[in-house]
Design a protein around this ligand. Structure first.
Ligand SMILES: [Zn+2]
Length: 368
């Protein structure tokens, strides 16, 4: 597998269906395609990040390359040389590229080579070569929604004139970010989020944690994405969350100190602009989780909060009191605004300070 300089975003190294969670409808769809002998040249797998699209693509590739199973079934034996090579990432007929580590675009060189080797290297060129061991070649282009402009042209050429005995599998988080010219030449396969229990199971399976409670908690914050859940287990992310929760539970709140400590925790999470932006929205999302939990307790829907700091705040507030419910509701609204605010991402830590100031002000309404 020639994954040129790419980050590995796989959810474990599942290359057989037994290790893949969910996505049964998509699997049945491909079973139907193969049973009818109608395998196409290009597929586009789209859906939320971290739900196993890439793992699905690899499982599919294993089925298409395994010499022991015929082309009408969606199975790979898992034992032959081909299957072992796929599991090891070394099958010569399975090509795979994606976003390089820390980059926001897939460079065109990954598709068609660079400098003197332009047109004689890269994924599109490699796919045009004859298969070496199997009877076809399979290319996986992960992060297909992050191509350079020229990259789209190069890819389009391959999609318009697909090499014989080749299958291209594009994987993307957002359908909207794929150009129509590309999308219209692929068969679209949509993926959705995983159930929370599957996410928690997977966290344990891939060794992200061996603690079931931790796994459930992280999965509960992850919107059905294993990648997000794994991020929640990152020690620095936990520090950010716990620092924020500690300050949200304070009465009165101290927005200045809160900004200082939350920003410090946020900065320790990663310095490149992409992760900074992503991590900034987590401050708002954690606060939303916090106040939703407080509201559920105050409204009598939950007996207590699973967030200890939220439980502590609840114990100081009057359950069922309309004014208190209003106040917390207004703070939750402010958090939802912060999550949606595109400026907040570029203005940190100023935006955070304004956000915490507003929260502190709203927390005092009617209590002076
Ligand atoms: Zn096999």
């Amino acid at each position: 597998m020639d994954r040129t300089g790419a980050r590995d975003v796989s959810i474990g190294q599942a290359t057989n269906w037994s290790r893949l969670r969910g996505h049964n409808a998509q699997r049945e769809h491909f079973e139907g395609i193969l049973a009818a002998g109608r395998l196409g040249h290009a597929y586009l797998l789209v859906g939320p990040e971290g739900v196993g699209k890439l793992a699905f693509a690899r499982c599919l590739a294993a089925c298409l390359l395994c010499p022991r199973t015929d082309d009408s079934t969606l199975e790979a034996c898992g034992e032959c040389q081909s299957c072992k090579q796929i599991a090891a990432g070394s099958h010569p007929d399975l090509l795979e590229v994606g976003l390089p580590e820390g980059k926001n675009v897939v460079p065109i060189s990954v598709l068609v080579g660079d400098g003197e080797s332009r047109g004689r290297a890269g994924l599109c060129y490699d796919l045009s070569l004859s298969p070496m061991e199997s009877d076809r070649r399979v290319a996986i282009l992960d992060d297909a929604d992050h191509l350079e402009r020229d990259g789209y042209s190069a890819l389009l050429k391959t999609l318009e004139e697909p090499p014989a005995r080749s299958v291209m599998i594009l994987v993307a988080g957002s359908e909207a970010d794929i150009r129509d010219t590309i999308r219209s030449r692929c068969q679209l396969i949509r993926f959705s989020s995983l159930p929370t229990t599957d996410v928690a199971d997977l966290l344990i399976e891939i060794g992200a944690t061996d603690n079931r409670t931790e796994a459930d908690e992280a999965a509960g914050l992850a919107d059905g994405s294993v990648a997000t859940a794994a991020l929640m287990l990152d020690p620095n992310m936990r520090t950010l969350r716990e620092t924020l929760y500690r300050h949200l539970a304070r009465s009165p709140m101290d927005p200045l100190k809160m900004t200082e400590e939350v920003v410090a925790a946020w900065e320790s999470l990663g310095s490149d602009s992409h992760s900074k932006r992503v991590n900034a929205t987590w401050v708002a999302r954690f606060a939303i989780e916090f106040y939703r939990s407080v509201l559920r307790v105050l409204a009598g829907a939950d007996e207590t909060s699973k967030i200890p700091e939220a439980a502590s705040l609840c114990s100081q507030l009057a359950a069922g009191d309309p004014a208190t419910l209003d106040r917390i509701g207004s703070m939750l609204d402010r958090c939802l605004d912060a999550e949606r605010d595109p400026m907040a991402n570029v203005m940190l830590p100023l935006a955070l300070e304004a956000f915490f100031d507003d929260l502190a002000r709203r927390s005092r309404i009617g209590t002076d």
